[in-house]
Design a protein around this ligand. Structure first.
Ligand SMILES: Cc1ncc(C[n+]2csc(CCOP(=O)(O)OP(=O)(O)O)c2C)c(N)n1
Ligand SMILES: [Mg+2]
Length: 323
């Protein structure tokens, strides 16, 4: 694994930005400044950043309903995202998409997606496109444990396998689908085992450890770029907050989430390992923390001050059927 000082600084900045973006959203909802349904990614940052550190603008990402982290990690502008959540015209999708529909094709972010599992066949399609056009790009799907019980997951992996498509399927197993524990609805423990049905290589990564995700996803992405086909990677992870902002969290014990936060937090683990590598110092990371605060402060201020879209533009940039 060859990570430069620059890579480490960038990875930490991304993970810290995602964490603070999500925490700011909770504050904004609590203060009555932000409305709408939000599924937060805090806790799972090492997955999005560990994978996306290998990607560039040729590469495509499909996300799910918990999409803020994937968007930030793929390089979508944070100020545009904040404005999007406020429904403002300066938003990534001009305020018409919102949290579950942030897309930025220039950055290769094909979109967050409110339909569970729906981003997975879109990824197979994007990988087929990259193969036919010989772009050298790969397509990545991020989805949860719950999505692997959907038909779309199985069809998409099957097709990617038979055609050796340059796709990497990244399952974020955070142990729950909404309020349902995974073991209630899934007869296996390791979701990576599902790759066997498609004769596809697989890997299990510690989704709370950036370095493990980085290494295992790097191997899969390299294989896809070489034209050797897709991989399924299961990242064992945990969402710190509720399924959505406002979730009363009656289905899991407080001690469980506290244990993950205290002993397995990806930011703390990253800091320990990065300092041991001797390439960054604690002061570098505190400097990034301060810069992230400024960025988010500016993002919120700009979003609040920005105008809403004009009512006469309601039918532009959207699909609709005219009578
Ligand atoms: C096709 C479909 N079925 C059900 C839902 C309702 N729903 C939204 S999120 C979710 C749970 C998804 O769980 P998982 O895939 O594990 O992702 P996580 O929320 O844990 O990140 C469900 C059932 C939906 N949006 N789409
Ligand atoms: Mg889940």
């Amino acid at each position: 694994m060859s990570l430069s000082r620059e890579d480490l600084i960038d990875s930490y900045r991304q993970m810290r930005t995602i964490r603070r973006f999500e925490e700011r959203l909770v504050d904004l909802v609590t203060a009555g400044k932000l409305a709408g349904f939000l599924h937060l990614y805090a806790g799972q940052e090492a997955v999005a950043v560990g994978v996306c550190q290998h990607l560039d603008d040729r590469d495509i990402v499909n996300s799910n309903h918990r999409g803020h982290g994937h968007c930030i990690a793929k390089g979508v502008d944070v100020k545009g995202m904040m404005a999007e959540l406020f429904g403002k015209s300066t938003g990534t999708c001009k305020g018409k998409g919102g949290s579950m529909h942030i897309a930025d094709l220039d950055r290769g972010m094909l979109g967050a997606n409110g339909i569970v599992g729906a981003g997975i066949p879109l990824t197979t399609g994007a990988a087929l496109s990259a193969q036919i056009k010989r772009t050298g790009g790969v397509a990545i799907a991020f989805f949860g444990d719950g999505a692997t019980n959907e038909g779309a997951f199985h069809e998409a992996l099957n097709m990617a396998a038979i055609w050796d498509l340059p796709a990497v399927f990244v399952c974020e197993n955070n142990l729950y689908g909404e309020a349902t524990p995974m073991e209630f609805v899934t007869p296996i423990t390791d979701l990576a085992d599902r790759a066997t049905s498609y004769n596809m290589p697989s890997a299990i990564a510690d989704g709370m450890n950036f370095f493990d995700v980085y290494e295992k996803s790097g191997e899969a992405i390299d294989r896809a770029r070489r034209g050797e086909g897709p991989t399924l990677i299961e990242c064992k992870t945990y969402r710190y907050m509720g399924h959505y902002v406002g979730d009363p969290l009656t289905y899991r014990r407080k001690e469980e989430s506290e244990e993950w936060r205290q002993n397995r937090d990806c930011l703390e683990g990253f800091e320990t390992e990065a300092l041991e590598m001797g390439l960054v110092e604690s002061d570098d990371l505190r400097q990034i923390d301060a810069e992230v605060e400024i960025l988010l402060e500016e993002a919120v201020e700009a979003a609040e001050a920005a105008p809403y879209p004009n009512p006469e533009d309601v039918l532009t940039d959207v699909y609709y059927v005219s009578e």
